[in-house]
Design a protein around this ligand. Structure first.
Ligand SMILES: *[C@@H]1O[C@H](CO)[C@@H](O)[C@H](O)[C@H]1NC(C)=O
Ligand SMILES: *[C@@H]1O[C@H](CO)[C@@H](O)[C@H](O)[C@H]1NC(C)=O
Ligand SMILES: *[C@@H]1O[C@H](CO)[C@@H](O)[C@H](O)[C@H]1NC(C)=O
Ligand SMILES: *[C@@H]1O[C@H](CO)[C@@H](O)[C@H](O)[C@H]1NC(C)=O
Ligand SMILES: *[C@@H]1O[C@H](CO)[C@@H](O)[C@H](O)[C@H]1NC(C)=O
Length: 392
C-alpha cells in the first residue's frame, strides 16, 4: 500500500537502491534501511499501557496483581508486564515511569502519561464518583507539554534531579506510542446509549485522537506507533454484562466487536490523513485487534485456554462480576472469600475480566514487533521511517 510521502528525496533514494539490488540480485545489507535508535519512549493511553499512573493518583492494584513478574502489585492492571514494557525492553530501555508517580521515578529515557480508565474524549463520570480517569487524552497531552519544558528547566538547573530527566534531543528522536479508545466505547456501552448510538460517536472520538497527535507533533514528536483498539466484545466485562448480546463463532459479542472494528476503520482513515498533514512524521498504525482476536479464535494453537474466562475474578460463565473484582473480598454467609489468581495465568489470555495476562501481552508484542500487523509493514525497530527496504 502506498502513502503520500513528502520526503521525496528519501523515497527516491530508497527505490533507486531497491532497483539496483533487484538488478544485481546480490543481497547487500548496505541498501537496507537503518534500524531506528530511540533513546526514549513517551506513551499515552489507558490500562492497556498504564505502568503506574492510576495507581499513583487514584486507585492502586492490590495482590494478586503483579504476581507473575514483579511479585508485587506494580501499578499495572495485569499479573505482570504489558505490551509497552516489552516494547521498552526490546530497545534496551528501562520500563517507563508513570508521569504521575512522585516516588522513585526516573524519566531519563521516557515517561508514561497513560492512566487506566482513560478515554480520548472528556469523560462524563470520573473516579471516585464514576468509572473513568480524569486524565483523558487532552490532559495527557497537557502533561506531556509541561513535562517537556519543566524537565529541561530541571536539567539546566543541575543538581540531583537533572540526571533523571530526558535530554532535550531525545524529544524528537523518541518513539511516541498510543493505545487508547477502548474506554470511549466502554463508556458508551455502560452508559445510557444503544450500541448504534455508541457507533455514531466513533467519528468524534477518532477526531479528538487526531487532534492530540497533531498537538504532540507540534511539540516535536516525529515517530508515532499507534495501536488500534482490541476486540472489546471478547472481554468478560462485556460478555458478563450483556449476556443476551449475539455471539460469534468463538463466543465473543459480535456487535461490540463490530463497533471496535468501525472505530479501527475510522482510526486508520485519520492516520492516513495525518500522514498527509504531518510531513515529517512517521506514523505506524498497528492492528492489535487482529492479534488479540487470534487469541480468542485459536487459543490452543498459541498455548492458551479458556480465553473468555477471567483468571482472577468471581462468578458465572466468565468468572467475572462487576461488583467484586480481582484482589477484593466477597463477604457472605459470615465468611470472606478472596478473589485471587487461577494459579496459572501463563496459560490464560484474560487476567481480571478487562485486562490481558502478561503471557498474552508477550504474545501480542512478539506478533506486532515484526511489522506483520503494521499497516505499512513497518517493524517496531523501523518505526522512525515512513517506508523502508528490508535487508535480504
Ligand atoms: C535512571 O535510569 C537510567 C537508565 O536506566 C540509569 O542509567 C540511571 O542510573 C538512573 N538514575 C538513577 C538515579 O537511578
Ligand atoms: C436513558 O434512556 C432512556 C431511554 O432512552 C431515557 O428515558 C432516560 O431519560 C435516559 N436517562 C438518562 C439519565 O439519560
Ligand atoms: C456503525 O456505523 C457505520 C457507519 O455508519 C456503519 O457502516 C456500521 O454498520 C455501523 N455498525 C454498527 C454495528 O452499527
Ligand atoms: C453462600 O451460601 C450459598 C448457599 O450455600 C452459596 O450458594 C453462595 O455462593 C454463598 N455465597 C458466598 C459469597 O460464598
Ligand atoms: C476464577 O477466579 C477465582 C478467584 O476468585 C480463581 O480461583 C479461579 O481459578 C478462576 N477460575 C478460572 C476458571 O480461571
Amino acid at each position: 500500500m502506498e502513502f503520500p510521502n513528502p520526503a521525496k528525496l528519501h523515497n527516491q533514494h530508497v527505490s533507486l537502491f531497491a532497483i539496483l539490488s533487484i538488478a544485481t540480485i546480490v543481497p547487500n545489507p548496505a541498501f537496507a534501511t537503518k534500524e531506528c535508535v530511540f533513546p526514549a519512549i513517551f506513551n499515552f493511553g489507558d490500562s492497556n499501557s498504564d505502568t503506574g499512573g492510576l495507581a499513583a493518583s487514584l486507585i492502586a492494584p492490590t495482590p494478586p496483581y503483579g504476581e507473575t513478574y514483579f511479585h508485587r502489585p506494580a501499578g499495572r492492571f495485569s499479573d505482570g508486564r504489558l505490551v509497552i514494557d516489552f516494547i521498552a525492553k526490546s530497545f534496551g530501555l528501562p520500563y517507563l515511569s508513570a508521569y504521575l508517580d512522585s516516588l522513585g521515578t526516573n524519566f531519563s529515557h521516557g515517561a508514561n502519561f497513560a492512566t487506566s480508565a482513560s478515554t480520548i474524549r472528556l469523560p462524563t463520570s470520573i473516579i471516585p464518583q464514576g468509572g473513568f480517569s480524569p486524565f483523558y487524552l487532552d490532559i495527557q497531552y497537557t502533561q506531556f507539554r509541561d513535562f517537556k519544558s519543566r524537565t529541561q528547566f530541571i536539567r539546566h538547573q543541575g543538581g540531583v534531579f537533572a540526571s533523571l530527566m530526558p535530554k532535550e534531543e531525545y524529544f524528537d528522536k523518541a518513539l511516541y506510542t498510543f493505545d487508547i479508545g477502548q474506554n470511549d466505547l466502554g463508556a458508551g456501552f455502560f452508559g445510557n446509549l444503544t450500541v448504534q448510538q455508541v457507533n455514531a460517536t466513533v467519528p468524534d472520538i477518532v477526531n479528538a485522537f487526531s487532534k492530540n497527535i497533531k498537538d504532540i507533533y507540534d511539540l516535536g514528536a516525529r515517530s508515532f506507533w499507534i495501536h488500534n483498539t482490541g476486540p472489546i466484545g471478547c472481554l468478560p466485562y462485556i460478555l458478563a454484562n450483556f449476556l443476551s448480546a449475539e455471539r460469534d463463532a468463538y463466543g465473543c459479542a459480535k456487535t461490540y466487536n463490530d463497533i471496535a472494528q468501525y472505530f479501527n476503520h475510522k482510526l486508520k482513515e485519520v492516520v492516513v490523513q495525518l500522514r498527509k498533514d504531518l510531513p515529517l512524521a512517521a506514523i505506524t498504525y498497528v492492528d492489535i485487534y487482529s492479534v488479540k482476536y487470534s487469541l480468542f479464535s485459536h487459543p490452543k494453537k498459541y498455548g492458551f485456554k479458556l480465553p473468555l474466562v477471567a483468571c482472577c475474578g468471581y462468578g458465572g460463565e466468565y468468572n467475572y462480576s462487576g461488583s467484586v473484582g480481582c484482589g477484593e473480598n466477597i463477604e457472605g454467609n459470615g465468611t470472606e472469600i478472596f478473589v485471587g489468581s487461577c494459579g496459572r495465568p501463563s496459560a490464560r489470555v484474560n487476567w481480571d475480566g478487562i485486562h490481558y495476562t502478561e503471557a498474552a501481552s508477550k504474545f501480542i508484542f512478539d506478533q506486532i514487533s515484526t511489522g506483520a500487523f503494521s499497516e505499512t509493514a513497518i517493524p517496531l525497530n523501523m518505526a522512525c521511517h515512513r517506508s523502508y527496504t528490508k535487508s535480504y
